[in-house]
Design a protein around this ligand. Structure first.
Ligand code: PHE
Length: 355
């Protein structure tokens, strides 16, 4: 019996040396150590031995069994290591190689301009808000001192939502795509917080399209309401903005104008960047401005009727408002050289990636 066990062990030792795969190793394990394996078969003969022999062979058989199991464990670990080594060879990664740089997008030119406008007005305490881009006639016109059928409305070539008043029931008239951000004026006053320093920036819509107009554009609307506000303060705010946005050498001027919702009303001009405000370049008329000034946008002292509409007493409170196109303001920046506003919204990456 002892001999047989020793023979089994030496057979096993030479067999396991030939093994080079996990499957073969498993087959060998079953052959020797399995339930009907060679070892088990031998050990089933134990019961026929004398008590004395049992005492001697028992522990020996146990030792052989343990040696076989240890042999398997060793071989298994060896195989696993070989496999990992092969993988490491075939799946080698150079962790020092530079990565693939992801494509970096950039903000649209208009968005960049909006952020710049906001950051400049923030310094004066104007906080950005957003009022609806689709709104009732009441906020876009009527509350701004433009009654129904008033001729002044014609200037805002307005898109109406078909059956808008059926969709949104209300006393506030038809529903329009806001043609200007001034719809935020009475809405802001209605909030009931005073004083007001609002910066309303939104999309606006008018039925227009040429080199200086697109049907969808952006406006920014400033509104300041307080006690004893003056035109000098209005001009000071413009000056602050223009010098920071366009450059310290640029000048501003107010030119009398007419809006229904401001009184007095102005149009705001800035000195031309091409001729420096002189209207002449090398003795010839400046082709950009022809007169030294470029029109920026509208402004004025808030009309008493607008204050009334928002629930304020014009004897107690007053203020100023201004509103311009973001795109137009952007195009007037020195060195911009955009001669057709429509390029901003053509989604031509060759153009957009430059900024
Ligand atoms: N809303 C006017 C426009 O779109 C501009 C404006 C705003 C004028 C505020 C005066 C006060 O032309």
């Amino acid at each position: 019996m002892r001999q047989k066990l020793e023979q089994l062990k030496s057979d096993f030792t030479s067999a396991i040396e030939q093994i080079s795969s996990e499957e073969a190793l498993e087959a060998l394990r079953v052959e020797y150590l399995g339930r009907r394996g060679k070892l088990g078969e031998l050990l089933s003969g134990l019961k026929d031995l004398s008590a004395e022999d049992k005492k001697e062979i028992g522990p020996f058989a146990n030792q052989i069994k343990q040696e076989l199991e240890a042999g398997f464990a060793r071989k298994h670990a060896e195989l696993m290591q070989e496999l990992a080594g092969e993988k490491a060879q075939s799946e080698w990664i150079d962790i020092t190689a530079p990565g693939i740089e992801p494509v970096n997008g950039n903000l649209h030119l208009t968005t960049q301009a909006i952020q710049e406008v906001v950051s400049i007005f923030n310094q004066l305490g104007f906080i950005r808000v957003r009022h609806p881009e689709i709104d009732w006639d009441y906020y876009a016109f009527e509350s701004l001192n433009m009654p129904k059928d008033h001729a002044a409305r014609d200037e805002w070539e307005t898109f109406f939502i078909a059956d808008g008043n059926k969709v949104m029931e209300g006393e506030k008239g038809k529903v329009v795509l806001t043609p200007h951000t001034s719809n935020g004026q009475v809405r802001e006053i209605e909030k009931g917080y005073l004083p007001i320093r609002m910066m309303n920036i939104n999309k606006t819509y008018r039925r227009q399209s040429d080199v200086t107009h697109v049907p969808m554009f952006h406006q920014f609307e400033g509104l300041l309401i307080d006690k004893g506000v003056t035109i000098a303060q209005l001009k000071g705010v413009f000056d602050f903005f223009v010098k920071r946005f366009f450059g310290p050498e640029r000048e501003v001027r107010l030119r009398p104008h007419h809006f229904r919702f401001t009184e007095p009303s102005f149009e705001l001009d800035i000195s031309c960047n091409l001729c420096g405000g002189s209207a002449k370049i090398a003795g010839k008329k400046c082709r950009m401005c022809k007169q030294g000034w470029l029109e920026l946008g509208g402004a004025g002292m808030v009309h008493p009727n607008v204050l009334h509409a928002g629930g304020l007493d014009p004897k107690e409170y007053n203020g100023f408002a201004f509103g311009w196109g973001v795109e137009r303001t952007l195009m007037m920046k020195s060195g911009m050289n955009i001669d057709d506003i429509r390029i901003l919204y053509k989604n031509d990456l060759r153009f957009l990636k430059q900024f």
